[in-house]
Design a protein around this ligand. Structure first.
Ligand code: AMP
Length: 289
């Protein structure tokens, strides 16, 4: 496995692979890797000849400086996991390698897809994500790029960015990997206390409740959100950042809950903010059988 820190080395490795007509799959990460990340790498290996992973905690996407400073790191463990997963190249840039002039005075913004969910409660977050992903796309020059559906809004925004800006890259959304009790795997889970970790399975349990409500025909978003919020707030350590029901393509609020609905939540357990989502489908409204 090749590990490189500089743009020059990365570019020359990629150049050589391209010369041999090898296709390149790319999974950008912020490290502290878990099985959810590994499933992106495995999907990449099944689609592309070479798999490139970047590990970079991107300062421009953090709206909370404490969250950035406390972001968990485990470089040795990460490299071992990449090696075991059969990754071909890990790009480990320094902050100065990505942003040689400091944080750029340049903003990417998609008003529609950023209006709701984390776009509303984490100002500047997706601007930073689009910036770093665009830069990494130019450096890695991949044929495919893999994003987890756990961060569904990020996945949709990148899909749209690539479409609008004509990046010649196929974006692939990878299903969310979960712990045994249903909690979505996340690098942030390590920050939960034992008690908070126990309570965090309120999120998958809330999804089960949501599925039941949806199947039983609850169409009023306000009533739906209230029932789900009451369920989450049964634990005193929970603070709800948002519970929203949106169209999975446009990410605009659903006025009535029918067809396809993306239920997305952001919840604080103590100081740790976790996000997750669930796609609700009214099969009667689709012609799938
Ligand atoms: P991060 O390191 O948190 O920035 O995540 C890097 C990539 O891994 C993103 O595309 C995430 O959506 C994806 N990812 C994170 N957690 C999971 C998970 N539990 N299942 C699938 N993909 C994930």
């Amino acid at each position: 496995m090749i590990v490189c820190e500089t743009r020059e080395e990365l570019k020359s490795r990629i150049f050589n692979w391209k010369k041999e007509n090898q296709t390149i799959g790319f999974a950008p990460t912020m490290g502290y890797l878990h099985a959810g990340h590994i499933s992106l790498f495995e999907t990449s290996k099944s689609k592309a000849d070479k798999t490139v992973v970047s590990i970079f905690v991107n300062p421009t996407q953090f709206n909370d400086p404490e969250d950035y400073l406390k972001y968990p790191l485990d470089l040795d463990g990460d490299l071992k996991k990449c090696e075991e997963a059969g990754v071909d190249l890990v790009f480990l840039p320094k902050k100065e390698t990505i942003y040689p002039d400091g944080n750029p005075d340049f903003v990417m913004f998609q008003s529609g897809l950023q209006k709701n969910l984390c776009g509303r409660t984490r100002p500047n977050h997706f601007e930073g994500v689009m910036l770093v992903v665009s830069k990494l796309f130019h450096l890695v020059n991949p044929d495919f790029a893999f994003f987890g559906r756990k961060d569904y809004q990020q996945f949709r925004i990148i899909e749209e960015m690539v479409r609008i800006l004509d990046f010649p890259i196929q974006i692939v959304g990878v299903p969310t990997l979960r712990e045994k009790d249903g909690l979505a795997m996340s690098s942030r889970n390590v920050r939960l206390t034992e008690k908070e970790r126990e309570n965090a399975n309120l999120i998958p349990r809330m999804f089960t409740l949501a599925e039941k409500l949806f199947k039983n025909g609850e169409k009023n978003p306000k009533v739906f959100h209230e029932i789900l919020a009451d369920f989450l707030l049964s634990s005193s350590s929970v603070k709800i950042d948002y519970i929203e029901t949106v169209d999975p393509h446009t990410l605009q609020e659903k006025l009535t809950l029918d067809g396809e609905v993306l239920l997305a939540v952001a919840v604080f357990f103590g100081k740790t903010r976790l996000i997750d989502n669930e796609l609700l489908r009214n099969f009667d409204s689709e012609n799938i059988f």
